[in-house]
Ligand binder design. Structure first.
Ligand code: EPU
Length: 435
């Protein structure tokens, strides 16, 4: 893992790039396949390390997984052979999502306690409370959660205090095969969740989704069957390529980008003065300076997504005046700004909310910042600490004067397939070096 990217910045990106399937949908569709004995085919699966981890997890508990061609995955789980879901990586949170499918098929499950992570504590209380409401007995052990429901799960009516993506997925997995009706209020309605709902429905699940009201109503069925599903385009890839185009004064067509999935981002790009042209084949982004300062607040979908603020911060360093970012989803997701500052950005972080108070108000977390610009960025040696921050570093390096050496590239490889090769296709001077 000594590979690094060496990037010579300052080259305007231009051309076309195809968006790949969404990591945060594909991994969930893979878990959904555990709900049936029949084969499922999942198309448009990105070839990234998080998919490999999820594949290994499924194989260890009994799935037979094969790639058919480059991006189609066939998964069949005739039997779940063990109730202990392996850990594989403390950073990967997929084992938690396997709780309900394994419970349905074995009546008991044990999953490792997920580790903390550089972006926040990431508790799983909402998952656990939902499963308990549905009749599972859940015990916290030293390094794991153990759950059992020998007589199956029962539908329940519940309201989340926060529309958690992962916990909504747990309720979907639990509700589709539970006895009776489950109603989830204040559910997450991210496009990746709707992708999962679509697959579950095709498998035979009965789910009614009131998106504006954030209510999911699930009537449990006795069994689900095999299906063929297609992963939606990755919103985070689109935003990353778009931002890279804007900060390098480039002009890039992101093929396959769906404007309906990134409405809040498109609005922000346009408010900052960037051009986003929606075409039948995708979205063309082009940079026109000067960019305008903007206040950005992250929020659950359909708001401005937490995974977009890191690349967007790079754009804000190029905007005229004082911008702000208010991160309201994760309590510690602004650490990467230290590296942007080393590259020449003018940033000031704050524990106080900017704008409306959020649920982190008064808790002392550094979750807001002000960015003043425009400032020229200069190349630097940077170590990635997580996936989205890592991509922001790559984007900043593409915009910077001179050379950057970026280490820790396994973080971006969790979520972006062949990122160096694909950026080179847009003219970027990025080389992978090391063994
Ligand atoms: N939360 C709780 N209790 C819970 C669950 C969540 O307090 O039981 C809190 C979390 O601590 C966090 C907030 O709720 O502060 C949001 O968490 P959520 O459950 O919505 O997110 P997630 O399912 O853990 C997914 C993506 C993230 C993405 C978020 C928000 C996957 C594998 N991960 O995480 O993606 O940022 O939704 O949209 O789908 C990434 O791809 O780099 C990434 C971090």
């Amino acid at each position: 893992m000594n590979q690094r990217f060496v990037i010579q910045g300052g080259v305007p990106l231009s051309g076309e790039i195809e968006v790949h399937g969404a990591k945060n949908a594909a991994t969930k569709l893979m878990v959904a396949s555990l709900l049936t004995k029949e084969a499922c085919v999942i198309e448009n699966v990105p070839r990234i390390s998080d998919i490999e981890l999820t594949r290994e997890l499924c194989e260890r508990i009994g799935s037979v997984v094969t790639f058919e061609g480059d991006h189609a995955l066939r998964m069949e789980t005739p039997e779940i052979k063990q109730s202990a879901v392996p850990e594989l990586s403390r950073r990967n949170r997929i084992p938690i999502l396997a709780i309900a499918p394994v419970l349905h098929r074995r009546g008991a499950v044990e999953v490792p306690v997920p580790g903390g992570c550089p972006i926040g504590h990431r508790p799983i209380n909402l998952h656990i409370e939902a499963l308990r409401l549905m009749g599972a007995k859940v015990l916290r052990r030293e390094y794991s959660y153990y759950a059992e429901s020998p007589n199956g799960l029962t539908g329940a009516d519940m309201t989340f205090e926060f529309p958690s993506v992962g916990a909504t997925e747990t309720v979907l997995f639990a509700g589709v095969l539970a006895r009776g009706r489950t109603v989830l209020r204040n559910a997450a309605i991210e496009p990746e969740i709707l992708n999962l709902v679509g697959m579950l429905r095709d498998m035979g699940a009965n789910i009614v989704c009131d998106e504006p009201g954030r209510v999911m109503t699930i009537e449990g069925v006795r069994e689900l069957g095999g299906v063929s599903a297609v992963v939606i385009p990755d919103r985070n890839e689109i935003v990353s390529f778009a931002t890279a185009a804007l900060v390098t004064d480039g002009n890039v067509l992101v093929r396959g980008a769906d404007p309906l999935h990134i409405g809040a981002f498109l609005q922000s790009v346009r408010a900052a003065g960037g051009i986003a042209e929606v075409l039948s084949e995708g979205i063309r982004f082009s940079g026109v300076r000067p960019y305008q300062a903007l206040n950005v607040q992250t929020a659950p979908h359909p708001g401005f997504m937490t995974d977009w603020q890191q690349p967007f911060a790079v754009l804000l360093t190029q905007a005229k005046g004082q911008s702000s970012i208010h991160e309201t989803i994760y309590e510690e997701r602004l650490g990467y700004l230290r590296d942007l500052a080393r590259m020449g950005a003018s940033v000031e972080t704050d524990v106080a909310c900017v704008g409306d108070p959020c649920r982190f108000s008064g808790l002392g977390y550094v979750h807001a910042c002000r960015v003043s610009g425009p400032t020229r960025l200069r190349g630097a040696a940077i170590a990635m600490s997580d996936l989205r921050a890592g991509m922001a570093h790559v984007i900043a390096a593409l915009a910077a004067d001179g050379e950057s050496v970026v280490t820790g590239i396994e973080h971006v490889e969790r979520g972006y397939e062949k990122i160096d090769e694909r950026l080179r296709g847009l003219g970027a001077d990025i080389q992978r070096v090391g063994a």
